[in-house]
Design a protein around this ligand. Structure first.
Ligand SMILES: [Ca+2]
Ligand SMILES: [Ca+2]
Ligand SMILES: [Ca+2]
Length: 262
């Protein structure tokens, strides 16, 4: 009897710790406009995310205007929220043409310790007017000199990729992170590299060491045979499993949670 109680207690403890580790609050997906994919393919990938992500309290598909309101409502609210885009950066989050290089709603969301994930075209590049942000979008959003000009990067899954993103297969990325740029930058580090050719990384997640904000990319290539939806869902579940971050010491918290599940 005692043994049974003990086992039950351990089981419940495990259940509650895994629940408490699922710390993503809200996810907002923008798929009305896209870059390097189609609205139809983005809608299909969205269905996969909606059907498979279990680690968030809510997932909504929002229009451009609603994305800005979502970001404002969830910035600095003490929990991790995620914005997902398909190669088009909504104008409510970042005025097109780099009109607000600092302090945009989107940048403040990131600086509040939240996460932005993108697939298909170069993150933050395409917006109203086409490629109006260009590669300055990522630089302004991260206050860095990162660029993603990595055409024909032959990606192989890493050990973490094989472990956490079972849907990931070898592919060719054209807009991956340049690993040396991130490693040389004192403000950012890789939280995870799931695919690489040794020099460039996609899918991958970088994290700001000061405010804990996260930027994730997945299959940044113009090819709709790519498993964007499954891999995006698996990346979100990975973030949920490691505990995400809150505005309070997110980097330390992530390191702790990460160590706990290794
Ligand atoms: Ca929130
Ligand atoms: Ca938040
Ligand atoms: Ca900035």
């Amino acid at each position: 009897m005692l043994k049974k109680c003990l086992i039950a207690t351990i089981f419940l403890t495990l259940v509650f710790s895994s629940l408490s580790m699922a710390q993503i609050d809200k996810i907002a997906i923008f798929n009305e406009l896209v870059g390097w994919t189609t609205v139809e393919a983005a809608a299909e990938a969205t269905e996969v995310i909606l059907a498979n992500v279990t680690s968030a309290s809510s997932i909504e598909v929002l229009n451009d205007e609603e994305m800005g309101a979502f970001a404002e409502a969830n910035t600095g609210d003490g929990n991790l929220d995620i914005i997902v885009t398909f190669g088009y950066w909504p104008v409510s989050l970042y005025p097109p043409g780099n009109a607000e290089p600092d302090g945009s709603v989107g940048e403040l969301f990131l600086e509040g310790g939240d996460m932005i994930m993108n697939t298909a075209d170069y993150i933050f590049y395409v917006t109203q007017g086409g490629g109006a942000n260009g590669d300055a979008g990522l630089k302004n959003m991260t206050d860095s000199e990162f660029d993603l000009w990595t055409d024909n990067t032959e990606i192989e899954p890493t050990a973490d990729g094989e472990k956490y993103l079972p849907s990931l297969e070898p592919f060719t990325s054209h807009r991956a992170f340049v690993i040396a740029q991130v490693e040389e930058n004192p403000d950012w580090e890789f939280l995870a590299i799931f695919g690489t050719n040794g020099d460039n990384a996609d899918p991958a997640i970088i994290q700001n060491l000061t405010y804990g904000g996260l930027v994730g990319i997945n299959h940044q290539v113009s090819d709709d045979t790519m498993p964007r939806g499954p891999v995006m869902a698996e990346m979100i579940e990975y973030i949920g499993a490691i505990g995400g971050s809150t505005a309070v010491e997110p980097a330390a918290k992530l390191a702790t949670s990460w160590g706990a599940i290794k």
